[in-house]
Design a protein around this ligand. Structure first.
Ligand code: NAP
Length: 307
């Protein structure tokens, strides 16, 4: 007899991919559970403004995530603030045990949607001054830096969007980028230029200084080899992401050279009844893609389980 903690399908991670996988899994008739170590939404919670998700001209990441959560919760339970520690696969019993710090669940199939984690500067002062001037999220902390000096590190879409957001709030913003060209989309580069945000080219943050709060950074100019100290109240770090692949490694899934899970077009991994969807699979890291992969993964799980 099936116990309360037995499921057909467990989805690990409740970002856009995981929530969509949960919705599709449950709607196909599988008893489904979604487990999330933080709160639902994943990195989309930090997206300041989303203007390319179909159906919404402009929506904040938090609002979109909230809408997705409401919809998923119509069909399946999402256990939040419960981190998955291990997944054990018993080949004989064809069952898997998903263990968190709060309990264990048995399941026939798992979809991994653990996304990515922020890349760090890995410099002195970053950890020590986290939350005291060092931040990874302008949408969360930008408010405290109105009228103050901030440095944004990075040259991708997130860094430029973060810099524009902070500028709009009234911060004195400088962008620091390790090359002489930005990676961000052209339309964002134009906006950055229009907002007259200075860019410190070919430069990296070598150290973040301050006692109780951030006071300055040590900037290293890669071309000249010179260092100088720049006063600032805040450092916003936007260096992209790395796959959050600890569980994938633990169960020995095949990963690419950057650590993203390798799947086929049906989101199947190289282990039976283990699927992956969303940013954790690399490729085009967009919410719309994550949702699509979540739906495909749930459909594959359904096909394999009803076989
Ligand atoms: P990203 O595109 O990977 O950019 C990371 C930036 O950080 C790059 O400019 C990179 O420099 C720099 N960087 C990486 N490691 C560094 C280090 N150790 N020291 C100094 N600089 C370092 O990351 P992202 O901006 O977070 O974007 C991630 C994905 O989300 C992308 O696919 C992006 O298009 C998407 N996204 C889209 C939107 C949108 O509005 N459509 C918004 C946000 C994000 P290099 O350029 O030299 O490599």
């Amino acid at each position: 007899m099936k116990k309360e903690t037995d499921y057909d399908l467990i989805v690990v991670g409740a970002g856009p991919a995981g929530m969509t996988a949960g919705t599709y899994g449950a709607r196909s008739g599988l008893s489904t559970l979604v487990i999330e170590e933080k709160i639902s939404g994943g990195t989309s919670n930090e997206a300041l403004e989303i203007d390319n998700y179909p159906g919404f001209k402009k929506i904040s990441g938090i609002e979109l995530a909230e809408k997705m959560k409401e919809q998923t919760a119509e069909y399946t339970e999402i256990k939040e603030l419960e981190g998955v520690k291990t997944i054990e696969i018993s080949v004989k019993a064809e069952k898997m045990t998903v263990s968190t710090e709060k309990g264990s669940y048995r399941t026939d199939a798992v979809i991994l949607c653990t996304g990515t984690k922020k890349r760090k500067l890995n410099v002195k002062g970053e950890k020590e001054l986290l939350g005291r001037g060092v931040s990874y999220c302008a949408a969360c902390d930008g408010f405290f830096f109105r009228g103050k000096q901030v440095v944004v590190a990075g040259g991708g879409d997130s860094a430029v969007k973060g810099a524009l957001y902070l500028k709009n709030l009234g911060s004195d913003v400088r962008l620091i980028h390790r090359r002489d060209k930005l990676r961000a989309e052209q339309y964002l580069q134009k906006k950055l230029a229009a907002a007259a945000v200075p860019v410190l080219w070919n430069s990296v943050v070598k150290e973040i200084k301050g006692e109780k709060v951030v006071r300055s950074i040590v900037k290293y100019d890669k071309k000249s080899g010179l260092e100088d100290e720049i006063s600032t109240d805040g450092v916003f770090v936007y260096l992209g992401e790395e796959p959050a692949n600890a569980l994938a490694r633990q169960i020995g899934l095949m990963l690419d050279k950057e650590g993203y899970i390798i799947t086929d077009k049906t989101q199947r991994t190289d282990r039976e009844r283990v699927y992956a969807a969303g940013d954790l699979t690399g490729g085009v890291r967009q919410i719309v893609v994550a949702c699509a992969e979540g739906a495909i993964a749930a459909n594959s799980a359904y096909e394999d389980l009803v076989k």
